[in-house]
Design a protein around this ligand. Sequence first.
Ligand code: DGJ
Length: 555
Amino acid sequence: MKTTSAFFAALVFTSVVSVLHAQVKERPIPRVVKQDGRYALLVDDAPYLMLGAQVHNSSDWPAMFPKIWPAMEYLNVNTVEIPVYWEQFEPRPGQYDYTAIDTLLREARQHRVHLVVLWFATWKNGSQHYMPEWMKLAPDRYLHMVDENGQAVDSPSPYSTASLDADRSAFAAFMRHLKAADPQRTVIMVQVENEPGTWGHLRDYSPAAQKLFAAPVPPEVRSAMQVKADSPSPNWQEAFGPEADVCFHAWSVAKYVGQVAAAGKAVYPLPLYANAALRDPLKPGAPGTYESGGPTDNVLAIWKVAAPALDILAPDIYQNNPAAYLKVLQLYHRDDNPLFVPETGGAGNVCFFFTALGLQAIGFSPFGMDYTHERGDAAADPKQREEFLTPWAMNYRLVGPMQREIARLNFEGKLQAVAEEKGKPTDTLPFGSWNAVVSYGVTRNNRAVANPEPTGRVLVAQLKDNQFIVCGFFCRVDFHPADAQHHGPVEEGTGQTPSALIDGKWRHRQFLRVEQGIYENGVFKFLRIWNGDETDWGLNFGGEPVVLRVTLGIY
Ligand code: DGJ
């Protein structure tokens, strides 16, 4: 009787989905593409810049939605990153509950945002806390990792085949449902697990793991990691020495996550990624001082070969040291990996959105941006809440109306962006026969002395040889003629107008037209022309979202 009613319920559900499906125009499936060494996330078949924000961990419940949407609106995001919970999705073995994801899809559409859903399943910050209760109650079947003494630890074993099978099946069911329920492609990407790996222990010491640890390293790992060892088929210890445990655990965890990802991708090929709790990029401590087994910078190559169904390995950046932040961005911007920052935090890190854009990031997303936490970073008082969000909101208000253009120009290699670094009052962005020169903290006598805090940031994109889009905050931008042919240093003039001695001839920049405008539906709408005081000393950007289209000439 039970089976029959479940069968009819499933039938009714399938027909409802099919009817809805028939009514809604099916859009192209989002995908990650690469061209000329650059990546783009395509949504509706065009490059898309994800202006994201992630909610707190326990926010994906209908009662919390009133605390999510106002914050997202204030931030001007186009994408919300939000978890889905295995414990909610599969309350009993093999029985899937689609109510949460369906409610979420409906709400997101009403609020006109895309979603990145985070599959909180076998791993969440290194533990198995999101496994359904029926799994937690059967630890002999759904295995924890064990330490050197055979004691269970608070982290799942990557060698638990029952857990892997359950996760694979649940994720495939989730993706199958998404495919049917989301022809609009509200969901544009899925994170598989959350910061997988293990805190406090380097690897699994279960018999299955021990056996593999003593066996030869798979050849594809050896070649990906460019292992040079005495033996032609070294084991993990021989191949990796002090990093053997971490490398082995990375291989074990990545294999597992890769199989979960592949199961989902086989039914619905949305872009998939895994996120990393980082190790210090400048002074990496010894194994054990960071989460072991996740896609940290030292094992990215292992993750790439072990989990090819993942399109992206992405850093969660909470570094407060600017040099370290920059280094992380550089480490994850690789020829085999698009740069995507799925989590970040720290009020001082707001400007790194621009640095990330300069490294062709496809998306950026500060963490914990809803109003569910009535303490600390997002206080109960609405004014204070907004104060916390405002610096992030500034970025998105500026770039939001032209995100599609920015994404396209970046994909075409025509965009450069940079954020002020402490102690560096100027930056130069080369564009062929022009250098865009950015100055921070410019004094009344036109000296760049840097801002009191490094708040300057700028984005310059080349539309034509002599035409640029320029926007940013707390900086001055000017264009200097450059010796594009020889790429050598040119002699700079000293006058008010940027000039350069090129091939024995003085070349002077002149502004033919500096238009302030706003982007609306992909079209630059003219507001006014800047001239006189607004251009005589360069183009000055303060705290307001200002977009300029600059046409240059030379005399
Ligand atoms: C990183 C994790 O990925 C998030 O889910 C969250 O736990 C933050 N750390 C810290 O709050």
